[in-house]
Design a protein around this ligand. Sequence first.
Ligand code: ADP
Ligand code: MG
Length: 459
Amino acid sequence: IWTDVLAYVRKNVSDLEYTTWFAPVKPLGVQQGSLLLGVRNSFTKDWFRDHYLELLLAALRSLGAEQPQVEFQVLPAAQDALLLPNDPPPAPEPSAAAPRPKPAPSSPASHPGDNRKTLNPKYTFENFVVGPNNNLAHAAALAVAESPGKAYNPLFIYGDVGLGKTHLMHAVGHYLAERFPDKRIEYVSTETFTNELINAIRDDKTTQFRNRYRSVDLLLVDDIQFLAGKERTQEEFFHTFNALYESNKQIILSSDRPPKDIQTLEGRLRSRFEWGLITDIQSPEYETRVAILKMNAEQGRITIPQEVLELIARQVTSNIRELEGALMRVVAFASLNNVPFSRAVAAKALSNVFAPQEAKVEMTDVLRQVAAQYGTTPDLIRGSGRARDIVVPRQVAQYLIRELTGHSLPEIGQFFGRDHSTVMHAVSKITDQMGKDPELAATVTALRNRIQGKEEEEE
Ligand code: ADP
Ligand code: MG
């Protein structure tokens, strides 16, 4: 029965809440309609009373209990060992906690083209925080969701792992499914597509396989880089693509790199991938990271002081999945040790996982911030323009990269397509100018703070 209760709970709370509060609970006495639950400390006990009693009662009712009861008992201290930062988290690792169990994939014969159940319910547009790192991809996805087959076809989204590609694809799927219940939506990873094709060939069912994929209104294919080197799958996908494209059906592809960088991809596929719109997602800036943490905490109905969220956002910089994992770790650590959220607690909870100084600054971060500051683009700054309004930002960018990243002069030179003496010149020029020009000095300081994710963003 506890398992059933948990299953009910899981559907009604966020993963963060589930992992933090429910996974560590020990069922002590479980009978029809009445539960005795062991919790780690009185803080947890109060928390359950205040937040989850109704939910647990509802779960019991849904299982047929007429007068359900729930009692909590604090487990003896021996079992309540202090969770040290280097202990594994109490519940599944963050990554394991992310996706809900998915229903078994429908067999190709059953409901062709309708596996919207494989869309993660949390991956919606509402739950997607938009920042400078992903706003183009977001806008493109929204445009495609609003007029599938007409806006951009295919839409190709690329970016590093854990930055929201899958989330955005699912969001389009949900959007369409909600407005047009009759539309057929197919989400598939490239791996699944490949495996299904192999099975279909083995079982002599390639016709069914084709019909299934060629009869959808929206085809979402995740991690298309895995097509590399798979000739038979590429061949099949080529025909699927053509069939859909010709009948104006929307195709969205994701990859960890742009089409031109996918090795051993047939030229004809590559060029098709480039027919529509190619858009990327970058690592989130500090402000976006804070906003994502805030949204997660709010959804988890957990009140965490802003400064704690900021600390987490400063330590985990590259990947949103890790960012969410770090938040979960902090929450679990605080609740298990019965301490309120504070910067110190967060730092401790994360100390073994993320080295505090690891907030590494990338050259592209600097470039992006400088471009934004001067109202230009990274490409122009790295380009060959010699107008003063591009030369200054270029020198500022080189100066800040030299100061904030560990890169050598030749490396920076290469990044800008120039040699190291140019960079050296830029660095001494800016150093010099800052002494004479307070406005420039203020701009550089503001940029430095922003890049390092310090408070006081605006000058
Ligand atoms: P990818 O497919 O690029 O590897 P995912 O789409 O799986 O990344 O995203 C990883 C995690 O980060 C997911 O839990 C997702 O919900 C979350 N996430 C990514 N981008 C955002 C965003 N902009 N706002 C909120 N959550 C996000
Ligand atoms: Mg993905």
